[in-house]
Design a protein around this ligand. Structure first.
Ligand SMILES: Cc1cc2nc3c(=O)[nH]c(=O)nc-3n(C[C@H](O)[C@H](O)[C@H](O)COP(=O)(O)O)c2cc1C
Length: 305
């Protein structure tokens, strides 16, 4: 067996293959189809203070090599997560990264404080790609100065649990945002969230998504994601978790070689529910075949000669 362990702040993951928020439910849905304790970790659906029902349907559609979603952050809320989901999740032995968001700064702080105190939550992943109600709908992740301040506030309440900040790709230059997370004391960056997109049904001439725009994900976004992850890696010293369009082991390897410490698989979970477990096994076989003793020896080995 190759040594596939990687570190995200104080947290050691058994391997660098993680499942992405919003594509893996609360883990339990997938535990019927795979051993969720065998992957590096899974990220929960984005959690908020109160339950949310999300946007009106239709809110997903297929696109070439991908999909657009406008789920609207539907989730059970942190109370139901703690009482109805977490006890069963703990039984699986899975490593849990709680993805969360808020409408206001105070919301973010309150949710993070609650999640940090929950046994069975191993790390927090802060989603900043949602509109800030206090600031009139501007995204939290859209201003590096504010992002640094928010990161510092959340880091204070996260305690010993690593704080991962998930960046939006819908900015002209991702580097100042990566720097803001590091300067604010974040333990890691995850990137990217979905890219804004749109699709039209030519027969009805209606948008395929009720709210017109949604987030594009899946293999279609991989080259964009890889470029942004590489830019983050070059900007900060903290670990970067690569996300975007991963469908094969080679895709995951590209992110690791570019310098990502770990990767998350999103949309492809809908195509092949046990893909993360398969990729973790394939990564082990690859390392053994290539005589790579520790996966960390592979990370950031991009050659430009
Ligand atoms: C249906 C759906 C729901 C998602 N919900 C969340 C969410 O709640 N929080 C979050 O941070 N990202 C969410 N995402 C973004 C994914 O975690 C991931 O960043 C993105 O889909 C890119 O990865 P992929 O191309 O492998 O899907 C969602 C994505 C999809 C497709």
């Amino acid at each position: 067996m190759a040594d596939l362990r990687v570190r995200i702040g104080a947290l050691e993951l058994k391997n660098p293959i993680l499942s992405a928020s919003g594509t893996f439910g609360y883990g339990l849905e997938f535990s019927r189809m795979m051993d969720i304790g065998k992957i590096g970790a899974f990220c929960t659906k984005g959690l908020s203070l109160k339950p949310r029902s999300g946007n009106q349907m239709p809110r997903i559609c297929e696109t070439p090599s991908g999909m657009i979603n406008s789920i609207g952050l539907e989730n059970v809320g942190i109370d139901a997560f703690e009482t109805e989901k977490l006890p069963a999740i703990r039984q699986t032995g899975a490593t849990v990264i709680a993805n969360f968001f808020g409408d206001t700064e105070a919301d973010y702080v309150q949710v993070a404080r609650r999640l940090a105190a929950m046994e069975g939550v191993h790390a927090l992943e802060m989603n900043v790609s949602c509109p800030n109600v206090d600031k009139g709908g501007i995204e939290f992740g859209g201003d590096p100065v504010f992002l640094e301040k928010l990161t510092a506030m959340i880091k204070k309440v996260a305690g010993v649990k690593p704080l991962i900040v998930k960046l939006s790709p819908n900015v002209a230059d991702i580097r100042p945002f990566a720097a803001a997370v590091e300067n604010g004391g974040g333990d890691a960056i995850s990137a990217i969230n979905t890219l804004k997109g749109m699709s039209i049904d030519v027969k009805t001439r209606r948008p395929k998504i009720k709210r017109v725009f949604g987030g594009l994900s899946g293999p279609a976004i991989k080259p964009v994601a890889l470029k942004m992850v590489y830019e983050c890696v070059k900007t900060v010293k903290i670990p970067v978790i690569g996300i975007g369009g991963i469908a094969t082991l080679d895709d995951a390897l590209e992110f690791l070689i570019a310098g990502a410490t770990a990767v998350q698989v999103g949309t492809m979970n809908f195509v092949e529910p046990s893909i993360c477990q398969r990729l973790a096994e394939e990564l082990n076989a690859f390392c053994e075949r290539e005589n790579i003793i520790r996966v960390t020896d592979l990370i950031g080995t991009l050659r430009q000669d």
